[in-house]
Design a protein around this ligand. Structure first.
Ligand SMILES: [Fe+2]
Ligand SMILES: [Fe+2]
Length: 258
C-alpha cells in the first residue's frame, strides 16, 4: 500500500504558511509516501518565484505542479528548466520553458506526475486529452502516476478522469480554488476529484482580499488584487494505492491551519 497527499493551489503567504506548518506533520500522520503540491499561486497570489518554490520543497513537497499562472514571475523561467521536480502543464507550447512530467522516488517506490491544463477559458495550449497520451509514456515506468488537470471547466476534468480510468492512480483537478464533493475511485481504479480546492485564506474570494474583489465586481473598475490572509486552510486529498498502482481510496482533507 502507498499513499499520495495532493495539496490544492497554494495561494500567497497564507498558503505558504499552511504548507510550512502542516505538510510535515500531515505526511507523518497520514503515512503519505509522496506529497505533491500545486504552487501556481504561491507568490503574491499569482505565479511562483524560485524562493517560494524552494520554500515549498523544504516544507515537504516532492513535486510542485503549476497552471495558467506559471510564467508570471520571470525568475522562474530558468528554474523550470533546471529543477526536475517542478512541472508546468505538458500541453503548453514547446516555446514555453519547463517540462510537463516528473518522476520522483521515495523508499524504492516511484511516482510519476503529469500536469495538464484545460482548453476552455484558458490560454491556448494543445488539447489536454491528446497530450495526455504522450505525457503518460514519459512516466510509464513509474509505480504510481498522478495527473493534475488544471482547468476551469468541470466537463474537461470529468472527461479526463474517465479517459484515464484504469491507466493511472489519480486524476485530480485544480484551478477553481473551490473543493468539489465528487471524490471517488472510478471503476477502473483511478482516484478522481474535479477540484481539490485551495490552500490559502478562506476569508477571501478564491484567495483575493474580499473587499477588493467585491469592489471590482461592483464597479467594474480595475484595481490591485492582494492575497487575503484571513482564515487559512489546507485543501488536499489523500489517495491510497495498491502495489499495482491502482487507487483503493480517496479522502478529502479540509482543515484550518492548526
Ligand atoms: Fe490557482
Ligand atoms: Fe489556475
Amino acid at each position: 500500500m502507498h499513499a499520495i497527499l495532493f495539496v490544492g493551489d497554494v495561494v500567497g503567504s497564507a498558503g505558504r504558511r499552511v504548507a510550512q506548518a502542516m505538510l510535515g506533520p500531515m505526511r507523518d500522520e497520514l503515512d503519505a509516501d509522496f506529497v505533491v503540491v500545486n504552487g501556481e499561486n504561491a507568490s503574491g497570489g499569482i505565479g511562483i518565484n524560485p524562493k517560494h518554490a524552494d520554500e515549498l520543497f523544504r516544507a515537504g513537497a516532492d513535486v510542485i505542479t503549476l497552471g495558467n499562472h506559471t510564467y508570471r514571475h520571470r525568475e522562474i523561467w530558468p528554474y523550470l528548466e533546471q529543477r526536475r521536480e517542478i512541472v508546468r502543464p505538458a500541453n503548453f507550447l514547446p516555446t514555453q520553458p519547463g517540462r510537463g512530467t516528473a518522476t520522483v522516488e521515495r523508499g524504492g517506490v516511484t511516482l510519476g506526475v503529469v500536469n495538464l491544463a484545460g482548453n476552455l477559458y484558458m490560454p491556448q495550449a494543445a488539447p489536454a486529452l491528446l497530450t495526455a497520451d504522450d505525457a503518460l509514456k514519459e512516466v510509464a515506468h513509474a509505480d504510481l502516476v498522478l495527473v493534475d488537470m488544471h482547468a476551469e471547466a468541470t466537463s474537461e476534468k470529468v472527461a479526463l478522469g474517465w479517459y484515464l480510468d484504469g491507466k493511472v492512480a489519480a486524476v485530480v483537478g485544480t484551478h477553481t480554488h473551490v473543493p468539489t464533493a465528487d471524490a471517488r475511485v472510478l471503476p477502473g481504479g483511478t482516484a478522481y476529484i474535479t477540484d481539490v480546492g485551495m490552500t490559502g485564506a478562506r476569508g477571501g474570494v478564491i484567495g483575493v482580499r474580499r473587499e477588493q474583489s467585491i469592489s471590482t465586481m461592483r464597479t467594474h473598475m480595475p484595481q490591485r488584487y492582494e492575497p487575503s490572509e484571513e482564515d487559512p486552510w489546507i485543501n488536499a486529498v489523500l489517495v491510497r494505492c495498491s502495489d499495482q498502482g491502482r487507487a483503493t481510496a480517496i479522502e478529502q482533507i479540509l482543515r484550518p491551519l492548526a
